[in-house]
Design a protein around this ligand. Sequence first.
Ligand SMILES: NC(=O)c1ccc[n+]([C@@H]2O[C@H](COP(=O)([O-])OP(=O)(O)OC[C@H]3O[C@@H](n4cnc5c(N)ncnc54)[C@H](O)[C@@H]3O)[C@@H](O)[C@H]2O)c1
Length: 335
Amino acid sequence: MIRIAVLGCGRIGAMHAYNIAAHPRATLTAVFDINAAVATEVAAKTGAKVLDSVAAVLADDEVDAVLIATSTDTHADILEACVAVGKPVLCEKPIDLSLARVNACAAKIAGSAVPIQLGFVRRFDPGHRAVRKAIEAGDLGEVHQVTITSRDPGLAPEAYLKVSGGIFRDMTIHDFDMARYMLGEEPVEVLATASRLVDPALMEQLGDYDTLVVTMKTASGKQAIITNSRRATYGYDQRVEVLGSKGMAISENRRPHGMTLHKADFTEQAEPLLNFFIERYSEAFDAEIDAFVDAIETGVAPEVGFEDGRLALVLAEAAMKSVAEGRMVRTSEVA
Ligand SMILES: NC(=O)c1ccc[n+]([C@@H]2O[C@H](COP(=O)([O-])OP(=O)(O)OC[C@H]3O[C@@H](n4cnc5c(N)ncnc54)[C@H](O)[C@@H]3O)[C@@H](O)[C@H]2O)c1
């Protein structure tokens, strides 16, 4: 059994903690949160011990590996500390809001063999993964266009948005990674446009956007299009489509079941979409922990690692620059 400690027991940390506690090859050995109440609640439900600092977690011989689910601005420091003591890390996205900080972190951990997995959970979604497998199997031929639709069911709370780092680094970061995963090549050109349509007053106040489109191109000409909205009234809209020279593959939205109702005055009436990420990506969150445990057990580098986190942030920075300057930005300008 791999003994894992979870740092940060908020919205996603608590979910990870329960998944680890239920995992057949892992145990939740310890939790720590600066808000002791949430750590105590998770500990009470799982039998894990509550530790009182990151240092205590790192010094604990009963902790084989660490999952970082604290607020984003703490990830890089904690990740460096874990690597320094040789504890494998699963770090939630993004690594940091600053590319300069991520580059400094990369320099600090360079050469280390400690497994680092990045929390790009969507790579583990069975549908999205099946699209990638179809690409790898040659079913689609050469990839030409990747189209990603990613819309939240509603605007996140203001307190969350204030510290999120903005939509590109907080939300689109998943889609930048998905585009890279499907393209199989690095985008080198990024053109983005962003609007304040869902809550213009709040977005103006935060200097953020709630609605955007990004188009990207690789050196060989492959294209990716991302559309994001912070609010889709019909639910959490998550679709990935890949067009290739021999065909197309689509990973569709998920519903509780596939029954559709057809009557005289309507057709194809279906259940609402699975609401938000914990429900929509529940299998993916389980598979993500499986992959982390596999990486620790086998010593094989995690399939989604630190550099993937860094490169997704490069695309976010390029997109933000594109919006600010109203022009296409080459990734070499920000990397
Ligand atoms: N992969 C995904 O789909 C996904 C989804 C949501 C959030 N996230 C990421 O997970 C992270 C946490 O997000 P959340 O929504 O759970 O936030 P949250 O605010 O609900 O939880 C964060 C928790 O971390 C604790 N914390 C903050 N600093 C700490 C520190 N130095 N040491 C210990 N605990 C600390 C807070 O007290 C809080 O309980 C963010 O980086 C976010 O971007 C990823």
